[in-house]
Ligand binder design. Sequence first.
Ligand code: EPU
Length: 342
Amino acid sequence: MITEPRQLPNTLKLPANARLAADLSSAADAIEAMVYAANAGCGLRCLGEGSNVVLLPEVQPLVCYVKDTSISLLSRDEDFVTIKVGAGKNWHELVEETLAQGWFGLENLALIPGSVGAAPIQNIGAYGVEVAQFIESVSVIDANQTARDIAASDCAFAYRDSVFKARLAASDQALIILSVTFRLPLRANVNLAYAELAEAFELDTAKAGKQKPHAPAPLQVAAAVMAIRRKKLPDPGEYANAGSFFKNPVIDASTAQRLQVRSVTPYRFAQGYKVSAAQLMDLAGWKGARSGDVGCWPKQPLVLVNYGQASAEHLLGFAQEIQRSIAERFEIQLELEPSVVS
Ligand code: EPU
């Protein structure tokens, strides 16, 4: 393992440098990195593709990149395959490759930026599906430098949250995710619960003048998801962004009632309610708002964009202004969705 200073790529295109960074090609490398960070007392932080982080200009911990992109078939029966995927694999490539094999389930998660190792950390989710539904276990090197498989039931998966998220924020307790084991169904069972996705199919068939099909194939669902994402969300290649910048707040019944009176439409979620942060921002006039090189994406204000040379400080200041405005207007505290890494 070689450690060196490095510029850190990130989809927000914020200028950021690590004092030390390392590529990890094996479990032995990962253990070496852990030992190095413990001895140096600098902490350790794994990064994937930098698609869900706000990087400050000088990143202090040892930054590690897991290079493994392998897919191994562990088992297969009539109904399921179990595959182990290296943390360095690009997420969307995994979605495409599994669908091409007839291994289903990940179709609603097409086109999410980032790597496989990052997926369990914030339990990536889109269009009615969360990755946790398909994770069997996560293989890690723990802070005490031992290899461990953590069963999904011990990952505390929740909306954009997991046991890993808190651990990574406390860099002295950090762990390294080496691979993720998925259990994927071999029989298609598409999820069209998300209204916009269901509409996409009704619309297509209406245009073609045909009868509504019972269920589209998973590849068609992936294509529809990609079309919706491309229509609504900025392409990070063109407009630097990190996806949703705030979580959708989880609220109680009385808050839901209070908001309803103010033209907000909360919806049921688990035991309580959720409210769309995008809708709150929209009602508060943030859609398309700009401050220098930072702004809210005109079609989806929840996505903050770096239109040029924005700094992390400016971006986080703008986010704070939004939080203040939503708190004043709706008495709701918006929580940041990406992790801030300093
Ligand atoms: N809306 C508005 N105005 C807008 C945009 C949206 O009022 O300008 C309201 C509408 O009511 C709309 C609702 O917000 O129906 C939901 O919008 P959308 O479908 O875009 O979903 P979201 O709740 O804003 C979440 C995820 C996205 C994910 C989509 C689709 C979070 C924080 N974000 O966004 O994830 O792609 O659902 O499932 O949960 C990400 O995490 O980076 C991300 C992009």
